[in-house]
Ligand binder design. Structure first.
Ligand code: GLN
Length: 496
């Protein structure tokens, strides 16, 4: 809880610090991400030379990158919980991210792996821990918590809008590395802002978990050992001593992440010494986890297959101006900013009538929207097969549906992981929430690669397959909704 009473839109003033830090971090993340696949698949011979990779290989790298960004939130959460404290983890993370983007700004191909690696490590330290601090700004029974997360979610989207606009323009119209550099400069603003206003957070997330010094020292040794162990393969891959195809790596990474998630849930459920109510919450969070992973596997196509679809098959000329391809992604955050208040008001409206849908039901609706968005894409692919380029309206509608899905799932999931996680584990539980994004990200890279590898022809089968698994998971959630209704109400109290 904060030490100060001053406020930010009726919320603890520390929320402003977190809002602005996350805004700059997302500006840099999405700004660079929007360019990444375009840069990797761009022709080598043009003035703004790309790397000339195949869509399959490029999106595998993209998937590994997005997967790493979110996967590293797990060790990042652990480090903050046990050794660093969340506030310090965010600071270190922000500095490392800025460095990573600035390395990408240097126009040498070998910088790619190194720069992406640093951004992933930094985001691992920042992304989940900053959300943890948001949660810690509020007392457990503070009714403002959900609204706090909604405001925080705005910062994500304002940041990504700025990122798409500036990095997208500079990267595509001036030079890729200028776009990456702009992301780095944005993150530097975030670092300065955070360092200057961090005191407003008071003691929220300041100290790591209390524990005897001997335990902390043991943890410190584990952490150093793990860092050294992890560095070995990174160096071997980075220097090319071990050469593995990105798509093969991505596939194995997906299995690895799924296994880790499985083990962690089993551990929490069976061996973490939780009481019956906490275990039931873990089960609920597991369901949300599966749905979220599936959801992000569609959502993250925006930087991959949908990005390439925009470049290759969509007419982006707007009154004589050739819009940067990455600007198409701008519509997701814009829709979020427009619709988030409406969704929040709608949930509140239903809540007052005691009709607020259960969490699994909301997640099922999120997946249904995602399924619908790909139905729209199926039609769009059909139209493009007849005559390309097609109008922008198809992608606009796709992103609109995805955003509606996002709004029924993402801010709510974040808040649910804050509220239903066993207390001692809250930092790691945010890590787990982001592990769902990691799995989704790798799958997005793999599926997007397959979808675009054979041009338009290969899209329909992959998109149809995705629609099917969204529907299956949504159906399972709908059935299970029945079992969770009562408990969730009791656990969350009258204000949810
Ligand atoms: N758009 C949200 C963000 O950037 C969620 C992304 C995700 O979890 N995959 O925070």
């Amino acid at each position: 809880m904060t030490a100060t009473n001053a406020d930010f839109f009726g919320h603890p003033v520390g929320l402003r610090t977190l809002f602005l830090t996350e805004m700059w971090e997302r500006m840099s993340y999405y700004g660079m991400r929007a360019l990444l696949v375009l840069y990797m698949t761009g022709a080598v011979s043009t003035a703004n030379a790309g790397l000339g990779m195949s869509p399959l290989e490029a999106q595998a790298i993209y998937g590994i990158y997005v997967g790493m960004v979110y996967f590293l939130a797990v060790p990042g959460g652990w480090l903050a919980d046990n050794l660093l404290g969340h506030q310090r983890a965010v600071l270190y993370g922000a500095i490392i991210i800025a460095l990573g983007h600035l390395i990408l700004a240097v126009p040498i191909e070998s910088g790619l792996f190194f720069g992406l690696g640093l951004v992933a490590i930094g985001t691992g330290l920042l992304k989940s821990n900053i959300s943890t601090i948001v949660g810690k700004l509020y007392a457990d029974d503070d009714p403002r918590r959900d609204a706090g997360f909604t405001i925080f979610y705005m910062s994500i989207n304002i940041g990504s809008m700025v990122g798409f606009a500036i990095c997208g323009y500079m990267g595509e119209k001036i030079g890729w590395h200028w776009g990456f550099g702009a992301a780095g400069v944005g993150m530097l603003f975030g670092v300065l802002q955070y360092a200057r206003t961090r005191h407003l957070l008071g003691d929220a997330g300041l100290a790591p978990n209390a524990m005897p010094d001997t335990t902390r020292n043991k943890y410190r040794q584990w952490a150093s050992g793990a860092a050294v162990l992890a560095a070995v393969p990174v160096v071997l891959f980075g220097t090319g001593v071990i050469d593995v195809q990105a798509s093969v790596f991505a596939e194995n990474f997906a299995y690895f992440l799924t296994t880790i998630a499985g083990i962690y849930f089993v551990y929490l459920y069976a061996f973490a010494g939780l009481n019956a109510a906490e275990r039931k919450n873990v089960l609920l969070l597991f369901l949300l986890f599966v749905a979220a992973a599936a959801f992000w596997s569609g959502f993250d196509q925006s930087g991959g297959s949908l990005n390439l679809f925009a470049r290759d098959y969509t007419d982006l000329n707007f009154m004589g101006f050739d819009m940067p391809v990455s600007w198409v992604q701008f519509f997701n955050p814009i829709y979020v900013v427009i619709f988030a208040p409406m969704f929040a008001a709608f949930w509140a409206f239903l809540g007052r009538r005691n009709l607020d849908p259960s969490l699994p039901l909301k997640f099922a609706v999120g997946l249904l929207f995602m399924a619908l968005s790909f139905v729209v894409m199926l039609v769009a692919v059909g139209v493009a097969l007849e005559s390309a380029p097609i109008g922008l309206q198809w992608l606009l509608l796709t992103y609109l549906l995805q955003t509606w899905g996002e709004l029924t799932l993402s801010p709510i999931g974040l808040s649910a992981f804050s509220r239903y996680s066993p207390k001692r584990y809250v930092g790691q539980m945010f890590g787990l929430w982001f592990l769902a994004s990691a799995i989704g990200g790798v799958l997005a890279g793999l599926l997007g690669g397959e979808a675009t590898d054979g041009g338009l022809q290969s899209m329909s089968p992959i998109f149809s397959y995705m629609i099917q698994y969204y529907l299956v998971i949504a159906a399972i959630l709908l059935v299970l909704t029945y079992f969770f209704r009562g408990d969730e109400r009791r656990a969350s109290g009258p204000n949810s």
